[in-house]
Design a protein around this ligand. Structure first.
Ligand code: SF4
Length: 223
């Protein structure tokens, strides 16, 4: 734990040594909460962005508000152009018929709009989470289809879940109660199930139909 913590703190300190506008996206899963806590120590007031799809578990909304209160922060909620009833009225239940389109409308488009103006984007991505993240680098340059280009930082890239849990415990930060119910990766409620015990942590997402919502695949890695 000590090594990966020192490494993460070093990545954060170097990135924030200037005054580049920075944000962190936070799903309120444990690694994201640990990262927000680390970032607030380095830059109090850093913008914390939450993709509010409207489909999250009630427990996630409650936990978001609880952590915001504990950390003394105001979370910036990024919302889609259409509310859930508007989207379902226009297109039906997209998370069943076309989850990629649903993720694009409710996550990717709000993210791209929300990242405008920032130069640094911190995420809590970890290599251990799934095969799609195995080659994750701590610092990457990304370009988006809308022309946005920024530095994406993944300070917890080499942390294990055990490291994350140790960090939360050491800092007396509670974790989302859904972990206690057996979930290991928690996103929108309709697309989140408990994982295959023989597989990776994200194996319960989207019924195995896909592994990424597009937030971390829509941009092109340039470095
Ligand atoms: S995770 Fe599911 S409900 Fe959430 S935006 Fe993607 S398809 Fe829609």
């Amino acid at each position: 734990m000590a090594d990966v913590l020192t490494s993460a703190q070093g990545i954060i300190a170097e990135a924030l040594s200037g005054d580049a506008p920075a944000c962190v996206t936070c799903s309120f899963q444990s690694e994201d909460v640990a990262l927000v806590h680390l970032l607030l120590a380095a830059r109090p007031g850093i913008d914390v962005l939450f993709l509010d799809t409207g489909y999250h578990f009630p427990e996630v909304y409650e936990y978001r508000d609880r952590i915001a209160g504990q950390f003394g922060i105001e979370v910036k909620n990024l919302t889609p152009a259409r509310s859930v009833p508007e989207q379902e009225g226009a297109f039906g239940i997209l998370y069943e018929s076309d989850p990629s389109r649903c993720c694009n409308l409710r996550k990717v488009e709000p993210l791209m709009a929300g990242l405008a103006g920032y130069k640094l984007w911190f995420t809590g991505l970890r290599r251990e989470q799934s095969p799609t993240r195995a080659n994750l680098q701590p610092v990457e340059t990304h370009s988006f289809p809308n022309g946005l280009s920024l530095t994406k930082l993944n300070p917890l890239f080499d942390w294990t879940m055990r490291d994350v849990e140790a960090y939360l415990a050491a800092n007396e930060i509670p974790r989302l109660a859904l972990y206690d119910a057996g979930y290991t990766s928690i996103g929108c409620a309709p697309c989140t199930a408990k994982p295959d015990p023989e597989s990776h942590a994200r194996s319960g997402r989207w019924g195995g139909r896909k592994l990424e919502c597009g937030l971390h695949t829509v941009s092109e890695k340039a470095g």
